[in-house]
Every structure is written in C-alpha cells, then in structure tokens.
Design a protein around this ligand. Sequence first.
Ligand SMILES: Cc1cc2nc3c(=O)[nH]c(=O)nc-3n(C[C@H](O)[C@H](O)[C@H](O)COP(=O)(O)O)c2cc1C
Length: 353
Amino acid sequence: METYRRDRSYRWNYERGPSFSGSFPAIVDTPLKDFFGSRVSSRLGVAAGILLNSKWVECYSRLGFDVLTYKTVRSRARPCYPLPNWVFVESEKDLESGSDEILRIARRRPRDPAEVTSAVCFGMPSQPPEVWRRDVSRAHSRIRRGQVLVVSVVGTPQEGGGEESLVEDFCRCARWASEAGAGIVEANFSCPNVCTAEGSIYQDPGASGRLAAALRDVLPSTPLLIKSGHFSDHRRLGNFYRAVSGSADGVVLVNGVSRRVLGADDQPVFGDYERVGILGKAIHPAAVSNVTAAVKCSRSQDLGVETIAVGGVTGVEDPGPFFDAGARGVVMGGVPMLDPLLAVRMKAAHPQW
Ligand SMILES: Cc1cc2nc3c(=O)[nH]c(=O)nc-3n(C[C@H](O)[C@H](O)[C@H](O)COP(=O)(O)O)c2cc1C
C-alpha cells in the first residue's frame, strides 16, 4: 500500500489523497516531551514531503506521527513538475559522502519498506497563498494534543530581484505561516531539484546568516527551523551553523542527497532534471554523520542551534543513532508513505523518543 500514489499526478494526490484505507491504530500513551516549547507525545514526525494539505496532516496525526510538517509553500502558485515525480532506485550500497555515483532506477519494487531508496523531483509546487493560508489553519485545528504543526516555507526569486527581494518573499511566507497557525516555521534553504537560488542557499553561509536574521525578526515568538541540504565537508557544515546561530532555533538536517538518476535506457529519469534528491535507506549513514558533526559543533562552540535529524529512517531502530548523537527530534520523508504505522511501532518500542 502506498498512501501517495506515485503513478498519479501531484494534483491528483492533493485532491484525492491520502490513499489510506486501513483502520487507524490505537496510539500508546507516552510521556510528554518538550519540542521547541510545544509539549509532544514523541519527537518523531513527518518531514516536509507528503503532507500536501490538511487532509494529509489529519491522517498522519491519527497515525501517531507527532511532529507534522506541512509541505513547503510559496508566496505564489507554482505547478508541480510532470510525472514521474518519485521513483525507487537500486541501492545495494550506502551513498558515499562526497562521491558522485550515478544511481539506476530499480528494476522491481523492494518488498520490504525498510529496504527502499528512492529519488524525488517535484520542484516545490505550491497552492496560491489564499488557499494554503486557509488550509494551514484547518490543519492546525485537526491535530491532537501532544502534536505540533510545522509549516515549511520557501522564497521565490524574481527576475532581477536579487537577494533583497528573495529575503522579503521568504519573510512574507514565514509571517503568513505563523499567522495561519504554524506552531513552528521551517524555512527551506535547500532543494536538490530546483536550479534557481532558493535551492542552494545553505551552501552560502553569508546569505544563510542574513536570511535567518531577517526571518527571526518577523517571527519574534514562533520557533524558527532551517532545512538544510547534506554537507560532504564538515567544515562547511560548521560555517553554516555559525552563520545561523543566534537566529535559528534549530536546523533540519538533511534534505535529499543530490545525485544523477538514470533509467533502463541510460537517459535521465526526470528529463531535464538530471540531479535530484535521493532519500531512504542509502542516505542514512551520510545523514547520521552530518547530524553527529552538527550536534558536536553546536555544543562545543555554544552556538545554541538544535538539530532535527532526517534521512534514511526506514525501520523502528533507525532513529536511535540520531537521538544518541543528540538530535532534538527525528522526522521522516519517504517512509511514512510506505509504512504508515511505523510511528506507532517506534513509540511502543521507545516511549522516551
Ligand atoms: C514526496 C517528497 C516530497 C518532498 N518535498 C520536500 C519539500 O517540499 N521541502 C523539503 O524541505 N523537503 C522535501 N522533501 C525531502 C524530505 O523532507 C527529506 O529531507 C528527505 O526525504 C530525506 O528523508 P528520508 O530519507 O526520510 O526520506 C520531500 C520528500 C519526499 C519524499
């Protein structure tokens, strides 16, 4: 069962999804924990990805995911890239940090969700703001006690607009998200499949620092997280953390790891978008390595920036290395689509998470 129908368009999934026909599980009682000022039943959640609107948020709230991230929205409508948007890829080995291997589309679908590595290419589509602002309020009203709604936002570059106009646009979205009921705002500084400036801000510490400071100003009382891409060089990761220190409450690390994906015909699977985000099992070691280095850097230099881990969690025990490293929370991108009952099993096995 796949709650997100990969054979259908983004619009179809937005309007008709989620495709969940099972019965909702009983949720085990777990002690409440602090998560950036909210009391949550667990620090486990869904990353910016499949929670396309309030129907999706409500479904995953009932499935026991407690940190619920509304997929990235913009200040203007943006269509999704054409199909395919999401394919499974072969993953006999882990992605090596810093290397640039080419991945192949999977010949068959792995039977076990814990074995899945996939590639996505959506282009950060968005509903117009008047639609998502109303819908974020609805999502906020549908989540339960012990849960928090995070809203992911991104700025959209304007031709000739430069950095200032991008910062303004980010701030406008962040303010709207907060006004609509976001418990936490997540600003997306990375996207492996958009070629414009908003996809790679995290690689520029100067721009990241200026943008984070501007966002802090418009969100005086709403926690601010920043979504970052993967760093193959830990020195650059340290530069990024130092740049956003004092502005961001936390960094959500990592987005899909950028790689080329080819089909059986040796052509790029996603057409013009050769480099796309790899997620799932194969990126777990790279994500653990980044998160471990990030927590160490923030603590040793007293930066005050928490880390929320994401990347390659596919089984019940996978958040363990992240929490052991000192992550404040663990969110999941792809696996909730294939294994919607995973959070329930994780909370039963690890009520302290
Ligand atoms: C269908 C899908 C769409 C995604 N869209 C976004 C997005 O809009 N914004 C964002 O910051 N990350 C997005 N992501 C990336 C995830 O938040 C996450 O960083 C990535 O999937 C790695 O985690 P995983 O290995 O648990 O899947 C998306 C992931 C998926 C599966």
